[in-house]
Design a protein around this ligand. Structure first.
Ligand code: SAM
Ligand code: SF4
Ligand code: F3S
Length: 464
């Protein structure tokens, strides 16, 4: 059970019933009921998945990676692009056999896709093996829904948007003991014309700074070394984001802080100054530009121009010439011409990102862009994406060269990818470093002298 769980606090009837059920299950089968929980999509969703697991652990579930051994399968889904949704439907299809072999199995779909009415309807009609579909607002009702399904073998669908308060009582079950995600806000108010997120996650709600700070303190005290603050646009945090960063920086202990995402329209010079001034805040900003053409940015409803965007970059680079940036890019927004796509290539050359996350535009029904005229084929867009990635590869391999000969600090995260004599970790800038070294360093900050820059990562030697 999660560590900070207080026994019998505010326990609902359904929660009590589930505990009774799992105890009887344990007596009968000699083992706890097992749940398979998988989260797709962004870190926000992974963080929600940790809350769901915390709730399940509280009523006696244990966890498995083996679908065949599970009594409960819960897919916490992402709706941001069509291929993410297709993958989930493929998986649900394959669960039919599991259900035939185990009549007691409960199959649930939750998260962003499950918030969409047309997805819930499709599952209701065509995927009868699924028992439970609930959206991103319904976690706190999970016990009563689950108990209804188990005790009455009913199918339940919950796409309500009624609950907008933030539930500070939900306890996470974090798998990683080194790095933790801490949401500071939920939802999005920006309505970029291509994006489904505001429709499936509702309006912005910020957690109180006291709640965030006390969670971070607790995590640092229990040994976490890297905290990532999460929000769709942390720059519109209701209680002032730079102030929150400074307060977190003042927490005692050796740890580092990352955050994402930052909307460029709200990124301020104060934010850059805070990052540079605060020792524990990594000197790295993920600043999604999405496109390099002002006409396309306008059609996307991004509410900044490339000039405004570059002002922030230039301000940061004037203070620290090597300030690290990463970005998100969309290729082939409806109506984008090849010339406009080339402006995206220009911007990545101008900024010199350490890394880019680029996606072919995916039509999301219900968003304004879905109704826009789109003359370019997906095949063509795929070729543009390849072109963009080739360009970035060049930039990354050259730009990473700046580290060669220097000593950097990395947080060692695990065994190396290249060979088992190696360990791997990340720099402040979030760049992977492979280094020959003992596994005893996993979980520690170490100093490494960089000897080589590869296309995607750095190599180095431990400094004693
Ligand atoms: N809130 C964050 C922001 O504005 O930077 C990003 C959230 S979104 C989950 C992550 C990325 O997915 C976006 O930055 C965008 O590049 C991409 N994305 C969102 N909708 C998309 C769509 N319809 N097609 C392709 N990529 C999309
Ligand atoms: Fe989507 Fe734009 Fe909100 Fe990011 S800011 S989640 S891209 S609507
Ligand atoms: Fe995240 Fe996907 Fe939802 S990116 S907010 S899980 S639509």
């Amino acid at each position: 059970m999660p560590d900070n769980y207080t026994y019998d606090k505010d326990r609902t009837d359904a929660e009590r019933e589930l505990i009774g059920w799992s105890e009887r299950y344990r007596e009968l089968k000699g083992a706890a009921p097992l749940a398979y929980v998988h989260s797709y999509g962004c870190q926000q969703n992974v963080s929600d998945g940790e809350k769901i697991k915390g709730m399940l652990a509280r009523v006696g579930y244990e966890f498995t990676d083996d679908l065949k051994a599970a009594q409960l399968i819960l897919l916490n889904t992402c709706a941001v692009r069509e291929n993410a949704e297709d993958r989930v439907f493929g998986n649900i299809g394959s669960f039919k056999k599991l259900k035939e072999n185990n009549k007691e199995l409960v199959i649930g779909i939750c998260g962003c896709m499950a918030q969409e009415k047309q997805v819930a309807d499709k599952i209701k009609e065509s995927y009868r093996q699924v028992d439970l579909v609930f959206g991103t607002f319904a976690y706190r009702d999970m016990y009563s829904m689950l108990w209804e399904v188990i005790s009455k073998r009913k199918r339940l669908f919950n796409q309500s948007e009624s609950c907008t308060e933030i539930d500070e009582e939900l306890t996470q079950l974090r798998e990683d003991k080194l790095r933790a995600f801490v949401p500071i806000m939920y939802g999005c108010n920006n309505f970029c014309t291509y994006c489904i997120v505001p429709y499936v996650r509702g309006r912005e709600r910020s957690r109180k700074p006291e709640a965030v700070i006390s969670e971070v303190k607790g995590l640092v005290e229990s040994g976490y070394k890297e905290i990532t603050l999460l929000g769709q646009n942390v720059n519109s945090y209701a209680y002032g984001f730079p102030k929150l960063l400074r307060d977190i920086n003042d927490i005692e202990g050796k740890f580092r802080v990352r955050f994402m995402s930052s909307h460029p329209k709200d990124a301020s010079k104060e934010l850059i100054d805070t990052i540079i001034d605060c020792e524990k805040i990594c000197t790295h900003l993920h600043l999604p530009v999405q496109a390099g053409s002002d006409r396309i940015l306008k059609l996307m409803n991004r509410r900044y121009t490339t000039e405004k965007y570059l002002e922030i970059i230039d301000y940061a680079r004037a203070r620290d010439p090597e300030f690290s940036f990463t970005t998100d890019l969309i290729v082939g927004f409806p109506g984008e011409t090849y010339e406009e796509f080339c402006e995206t290539k220009d911007i990545i050359k101008r900024v010199r990102y350490d890394n880019i996350y680029s996606f072919v535009y995916s039509r999301r029904s219900g968003t304004p862009a879905a109704k826009m005229e789109d003359g370019i084929s997906d095949k063509q867009k795929g070729l543009w994406l390849r072109e963009l990635l080739m360009e970035q590869r060049e930039i990354t391999s050259q730009w990473l060269g700046r580290f060669v000969g220097r000593t950097v600090e990395i947080l060692v995260e695990g065994e190396g990818r290249t060979s088992d004599e190696y360990i791997t970790g990340k720099t402040d800038e979030n760049i992977i470093v492979e280094v020959k070294g003992d596994k005893k360093y996993i979980g520690e900050f170490v100093k490494v002298r960089i000897t080589k820059a590869m296309n995607w990562a750095l190599c180095g030697e431990l400094e004693e």
